[in-house]
Design a protein around this ligand. Structure first.
Ligand code: KIV
Ligand code: ZN
Length: 536
């Protein structure tokens, strides 16, 4: 893309986003999200951190093979990028994973701030410069497209950055990413930092400058825009702004700010904005991280008008209180698509339009679920289909599956749940348990069968569409309390980490949806425990 005002969107939902506590994704979920991001038109996709585990490496490899050779809206496949610390071992693994993409990239990083160099790396600035030079050159043997990030650039000495970045360019870096790793800077400072880098770094005209901002002070989007206006031409973002701690700059905010304020900002992106809502829902469902209702662009209230004065204005002219049309981000008012007379073919076609390719057994199962719901609910909207697809994805090929559930509750007796689960051995397990309420009783009964120790941190119920017959969507987040898992250290931080897992369920009966969600979170925990044991 030669247009000098074109901003490359570098999506790191599957890497920095997946580092959010509790956002652990399975390989199948990562692949689905990657396909959606490619359709959305991201220019670069950071598919993961291959050195983190053999599982992460395989997930990036699959994305490189499948999505890295799939044309996006521009006609070209997205660049598939793998993250690597500035170590040979990490760089080898990143290449092992991304090499199958039509357009592979290795992204390597080393910290440059005084506090990181002194305490974390225990290296002198000269040693840091040497290692950057050597490791960028090492990565360049594999691949032409090399990105280098001076970690914690926001708190680094600008003069030192000019030197390090100049050396990285000499060694072959083609993109220089400037991270505000801890979300410390303000827009004027960050814009000034980027302007200074563009003015003073030797050889900078040969590289693309990129920005990567964290949201610790709620300034990530403002800082990113300031960096772009100062001359950066790549923005690193995540869907729904998920990421380490308070998260990253959100893709939807940057894409829509650039589009809505085009005349003022004077930049463009290749994002197909009508797919934003769908991508946001998929990421929220798969990560188990609900989007706050007042979140810009993708929150449930982002286009809702409550106050009488606002409603009156809207009826007279939408421009009174609406700066973007909801359709621009793919928000259609519960578009009715299918009903109980729709056949398998119509369902398959509609799912395909929504981005899900379903055949054979999978189609049979989803069609049966669809008919079940269509019998209870007059019409099925796109959001219902998305909920059913996500639920199916969470329930398929899992260790334990829900085979039956019965609950009694109310004011006349003790809330009791009986569950029947099919175990990994194919054997039926039945348990009945009394709880504090119906959901508590169901979760306790499932616990009694599965036996995976967890703490429930979050339980959220949401109606997918309006109306009494709506499908209920449940997301949960659990923390694995398994003693062996709790001893594991994160390869990124070297510290013991918390193992958080998300789960999702959707059904017209919210107790059934809750059981699906909880069971899928336990299945994800069990699968992670098994992978760790086999990796040893
Ligand atoms: O925030 C950060 O510094 C990062 C780097 C790896 C780019 O995520
Ligand atoms: Zn980051």
């Amino acid at each position: 893309m030669n247009d000098s005002n074109y901003i490359r969107i570098f999506d790191t939902t599957l890497r920095d986003g997946e580092q959010s506590p509790g956002a652990t994704l399975t390989s199948a979920e990562k692949l689905e999200i990657a396909r959606t991001l490619a359709r959305l038109g991201v220019d670069v996709m950071e598919a993961g951190f291959p050195a983190a585990s053999p599982d992460d490496l395989r997930a990036v490899q699959t994305i490189a093979q499948e999505v890295g050779n799939m044309a996006g809206p521009s006609g070209e496949p997205p660049i598939i990028c793998g993250l690597a610390r500035a170590h040979k071992g990490d760089i080898d693994k990143a290449w092992e994973a991304v090499q199958y993409a039509a357009r592979p990239r290795i992204h390597t990083f080393l910290a440059t701030s005084p506090v990181h160099m002194k305490y974390k790396l225990q290296m002198d600035p000269e040693e840091v410069v040497d290692q950057v030079r050597e490791m960028v050159a090492y990565a360049k043997q594999y691949c032409d497209d090399i990105e280098f990030s001076p970690e914690d650039a926001g708190r680094s000495d600008p003069e030192f950055l000019y030197l390090v970045l100049g050396e990285a360019i000499k060694a072959g870096a083609t993109t220089l990413n400037i991270p505000d790793t801890v979300g410390y800077t303000t827009p004027d400072e960050f814009g000034g930092l980027i302007a200074g880098i563009i003015e003073h770094t030797p050889g900078i005209e040969k590289a693309i400058v990129s920005v990567h901002c964290h949201d610790d002070l709620g300034l990530a989007t403002a800082n990113t825009l300031a960096g772009l206006r100062a001359g950066a031409r790549q923005a690193e973002v995540t869907m729904n702004g998920i990421g380490e701690r308070a998260g990253n700059t959100s893709l939807e905010e940057i894409a829509m700010a650039i589009k809505t304020r085009a005349a003022h900002i004077g930049l463009t992106t290749g994002i197909e904005t009508t797919l934003i809502t769908r991508a946001s829902r998929m990421v929220s469902n798969y990560t188990g991280m609900p989007v706050q209702p007042n979140k810009a662009i993708v929150g449930a209230n982002a286009f809702a008008h409550e106050a009488g004065i606002h409603q009156d204005g809207m009826l007279k002219n939408e421009e009174t209180y609406e700066i973007m049309r909801p359709e621009t981000v793919g928000l259609t008012h519960s578009e009715l698509v299918l009903g109980k007379h729709s056949g398998r073919h119509a369902l398959r076609m509609r799912l395909e339009e929504l981005g899900y390719v379903v055949e054979g057994e999978e189609l049979k199962t989803i069609f049966a679920r669809f008919k079940e719901v269509a019998d209870k609910k007059k019409s099925i909207a796109d959001a219902d289909l998305e909920a059913l697809m996500t639920d199916q994805m969470y329930q398929t090929d899992k260790m334990y599956q829900l085979d039956g559930l019965q609950v009694t509750s109310g004011t006349m007796g003790l809330p009791t749940a009986a569950v029947r689960l099919i175990g990994p051995d194919g054997v039926l397990h039945t348990k009945a348990v009394v709880g504090k309420g119906p959901v508590d009783a169901v979760f306790k009964a499932i616990d009694a069968v599965v036996g995976m120790p967890v703490t429930l941190h979050e339980y959220v119920v949401r109606a997918v569409t309006e109306g009494i017959d709506a499908i209920g969507e449940v997301t949960v987040r659990v923390e694995a309390e398994d003693e062996e898992m709790k001893k594991r250290k994160s390869p990124q931080t070297g510290k013991v980490r918390r193992w958080m897992f998300g789960g999702y369920g959707a059904d017209t009966d919210i107790i059934v949806a809750s059981a699906h969600a909880y069971l899928s979170a336990l299945n994800n925990s069990l699968a992670a425990r098994e992978r760790m044991a086999t990796a040893d």
